[in-house]
Design a protein around this ligand. Structure first.
Ligand code: SAH
Ligand code: SF4
Length: 348
């Protein structure tokens, strides 16, 4: 059995690890720096030094689901709810384009106010701005995904959250793991760039199951993989749980980079929330994307998936300057392209 350092060295070039090998690395904290540096080199070799910024619009915090970890869950009565009108969303997108964003990410709870016609109206109008459009609005039918695509959507983010079916179904009452997978398959079939990801540090989540998550992303050929710690929210049934750790989240992300060299990996806001400068550390450990918030005013605070969300008190104009400054300070640059995944020949 190889040691963790040997496994990391090999995986930097083979881009392969099995479940047991991933667990060995996750368990062993003695070679974290080697892991992060190897992931950083793979990132540089395959996706380069450019960081893609995606402007995130959180357009509604109303959700019909009840995920136990999430502050937007329908049963949370301690949250003031909001939803933006279609034209308000389009206006925010216009401002985001003025700030220089080349991708608009539209995220919300599962809010039935946004009918297919409303979504088609929003998507087609934002598309006129010559940007890539990413949706992150949950589980929909094949027909709905198809209609969004035809209206101009390019990408879709839907995290598997965990590949442990039982854990998923315990934490997401009324939801089915097979249905979540069906969504990912439909999106792929429709030609979207597909993003998935998971929460790190869920109650009863094992290292083996985190290894399965990484292998799952590889198996489905995910184009984007968002990973972040689970952060307990006071207003949810998981309020007394411990939550995920920064180092473990970073390790899962770095191993994901080793195995999927040319995929797009964001340095997530949840990482920044539990560790100051967490996004920059993530950018130096395998990540190549940041999704700054372009939601305005009070709504930023009201989109409370978890507490203490980084940058919730800032303005969109501040965020773009702040993150650009940080990116250039570590010798990287902000991309001026739409930042689609560029498939590279994997050299071993
Ligand atoms: N409703 C859509 C999109 C919004 S939720 C969906 O569920 O797909 C976006 C992501 O926020 C979820 O996928 C989940 O991984 C993350 N999230 C929710 N609650 C969280 C918490 N307490 N800590 C960290 N991330 C959380
Ligand atoms: Fe709704 Fe998404 Fe939160 Fe689940 S994770 S409650 S679907 S917003």
């Amino acid at each position: 059995m190889s040691t963790s350092v040997e496994l990391i060295k090999e995986a930097e070039f083979s881009h392969n690890l099995n479940r047991e090998e991933i667990v060995t690395i996750l368990k062993d904290d003695s070679c974290n720096e080697e892991l992060f540096q190897a992931a950083d080199r793979v990132r540089k070799k395959y996706v380069g030094d450019e960081v893609h910024l995606r402007g995130l619009i959180e357009f509604s915090n109303i959700c019909k689901r009840n995920c136990l970890y999430c502050g937007l869950r329908a049963s949370n009565k301690n949250l003031d709810r909001y939803r933006l009108e279609p034209d308000e969303i389009i206006e925010l997108a216009k401002k985001a384009v003025e700030y220089g964003y080349k991708t608009i990410v539209m995220q919300s709870g599962e809010d039935e106010f946004y009918t297919l016609d409303k979504m088609k109206y929003i998507i087609s109008n934002i598309k006129k701005l010559d940007v890539a459009i990413t949706l992150s609005i949950g589980e929909k039918s094949f027909e709905e995904y198809k209609a969004y695509k035809e209206a101009g959507a390019d990408r879709y983010l839907i995290r598997i959250e965990t590949t442990d079916k039982k854990l998923y179904e315990d934490l997401d009452p009324g939801m089915s793991h097979n249905e979540r997978k069906r969504c990912l398959e439909d999106l792929k079939e429709l030609g979207y760039e597909v993003g998935s990801g998971s929460l790190i540090g869920l109650p009863n989540q094992t290292l083996e199951s985190l290894a399965d998550d990484i292998l799952f992303f590889k198996e489905i050929g995910a184009d984007m993989i968002g990973l972040g710690p689970f952060i307990p929210n006071e207003d949810t049934p998981l309020k007394n749980e411990k939550g995920g750790e920064f180092t473990m989240s970073l390790k899962v992300m770095a191993i994901t980079r080793l195995l999927m060299p040319d995929t797009n990996i964001p340095a997530t806001t949840a990482m920044e929330t539990i560790s100051r400068n967490g996004r920059i550390v993530a950018l130096q450990s395998g990540a190549n994307v940041v999704m700054p918030n372009v939601t305005e005013g009070e709504y930023r605070k009201m989109y409370a998936l978890y507490p203490g969300k980084a940058c919730a008190g800032d303005t969109p104009a501040h965020c773009v300057g702040c993150i650009t400054g940080k990116i250039t300070s570590i010798g990287r640059s902000v991309s001026s392209t739409k930042g689609f995944r560029v498939r590279k020949k994997i050299t071993t």
